[in-house]
Design a protein around this ligand. Sequence first.
Ligand SMILES: Nc1ncnc2c1ncn2[C@@H]1O[C@H](COP(=O)(O)OP(=O)(O)OP(=O)(O)O)[C@@H](O)[C@H]1O
Length: 503
Amino acid sequence: MLLADLVAAWQAVAGTSSRREKADLIAALLRGAGPGEAALVVHYLAGELPQRQIGIGPAALGERPPAAASPALGVGRIDAVFGEIGAVSGPGSVAGKRRLLRALLAEATAPEQEFLIRLLAGDLRQGALEGVMAESVAKAAGVPLALVRRAAMLSGSLSAVAVAALSGGAEALSRFAPRVGRPVRPMLAVSSPSLEEALKGETAVEWKMDGIRAQLHVEGEEVRVFTRTLEEITSRVPEVVETVRGLGLRSAILDGELIALREDGRPHPFQVTSARTATRSGAGGGLSLFAFDVLHLDGADLLDEPGAVRNEALARALPEPLRMPRIVTSDLGEAEAFLADALARGHEGVLLKSLDSPYTAGRRGAGWIKVKPRHTLDLVVLAVERGSGRRREWLSNLHLGARDPRTGGFVMLGKTFKGLTDRVLRWQTERFTELKTADDGWTVTVRPVQVVEVAFDGLQRSPRYPGGLALRFARVLRYRSDKTAEEADTIDTVRALAGFEPG
Ligand SMILES: Nc1ncnc2c1ncn2[C@@H]1O[C@H](COP(=O)(O)OP(=O)(O)OP(=O)(O)O)[C@@H](O)[C@H]1O
C-alpha cells in the first residue's frame, strides 16, 4: 500500500464529521491493505508507531528536505525505516537518526511529509478515532462490532485485532481471552447526580477513592502492575508488588485503586499519590491497595461472569483489608449513610455496581455508576496567558474549553490560574510551550490536546463566552494526561449541569 493512499484517507477522515463516512473510508483502506499492512494502517491512523519510541526529538522534525514530486513510498518501507532509526544507538546516534529521517522525508511528497512529521511529533494521536477504527475493522472484515470491541479491550491492541479479524474472521476474534501479563482496558463508570436516581434494586455500593487505577497481573511469584492507560508501573510500586506476592495466588488479574493514606487512614491529597507513582525508583513508597474486581483467578476467566460472582472470587483471593469497602443494599437510606461515611473519611464519593453486569472492559457501561458530590469537569486547555508579578516567567492563566461533539471543536467556558502550585506552573509552562501554535506576546494559543480537571462552584449565564455560559470560581485540581481531548467533557454535559437545554 502506498503511503499516499493512507494520507489521502486520513485527510478525507479529518474532512468529514460523519462517523459513518469515517468508518467507511478506513474500512476501504483496510480492505486494500496487504498482509502485514493492516496493522500499520491502524497504528498510523491512531497516531502511533508500532515501535512506540524511535528517539526522534522535536529538533529533528524541524528540518524538511525538498519534497518528492510524485508518491512512491510504501507503508512497509516507512515501517522498515522507522525500525532502522529506532535501532541506531551509541555515540553519534542523534545525527545518524536524523540522517535516516531526512532521507526518508526526501522520498515523500509534501502532504506525506506533513503526515510523517505530525505522526512522529505525536500530533495525530486522537482517541476519537479508536471507536471509529473498531467499526472500520468490523466493516472491513464483515464481523460483529461487539466481537471487535471485546477483542480490542482484551488485547489492548486494535492493530492485533485488525490482523486477526481480516485473516481469521469472527472465529479468530472469539479466541481472544484475558491473559495474565497482558493488560486489559479497564471498565469505566457513568455518572449520576444522586444516589436516588442511581440506586435501582439490590446493588453493591463501594467507596470511590481518589487514587490511581491499577491492574495487577499475578503469575506465581511474578506480579506486574499497569495503570488506567495500560502503562506498566511495576518498578515504581515495590510495596504493592510485595503485598500481592505474599498472598500466594497462583494466577490472577485484579483491578483496584492505589492510594497514599495518612496514619489515621485518611487519604493524602491526590498529588501525593500521584508523585509516589511518578518516580521510577518507587522512592515514595507507602501506597495501599484497595482491589474491587477480579478478571481472572487460578485458570478461570471471570470477565463475563456477573458482578456478584466476581466479588465472591475477589473475597476468596484477598483478605478484607486489601479490598475496597463495600455494602450490598437496595435501601436508599443505607446507601446514603454509606456515602456520608465515605465522604466523612475524606473519600470522593461512591460507586454503585450492578450484581449482574459482566466486566465491560474499556467501556463506560451502566454496570458502574459513580456518585460524587463535588462538581468537576475534565476540560481542554485552549490557550494560556503569561503570568504577571511573581508568575512573570510562567504561563499561568488557562483558557478552558468543553468539547463540542457536533463540530469536533471546543467551546470556551472560562479562565483560571487558581490551584496551581509552583511545580505545576513549571510543568505547564513547558508543556504549553511545546503545544504553542500562536503567540501574541500575552496569550499563547495551544493545540487543544491537554485535559485538565477543574472544580467549580457553579455555572452562570454569560454573554461574553461563545456557549452563553461560564464557570464560576474554577480551579485546577490536576492535569489528566491519562485522558485524550476526545474523552473530555462535552458542552452538552455542561449545559445539562447548568440546567440549560442542549443545542
Ligand atoms: N471502588 C471503585 N471502583 C471502581 N473505580 C474506582 C473505585 N474507587 C475509585 N475508583 C476510580 O474511579 C474511576 C471510575 O470512574 P470513571 O470510570 O468515570 O473514571 P474517570 O473518568 O477517571 O473518573 P474520575 O475522574 O471520576 O476518577 C476509576 O478509574 C478508578 O480509578
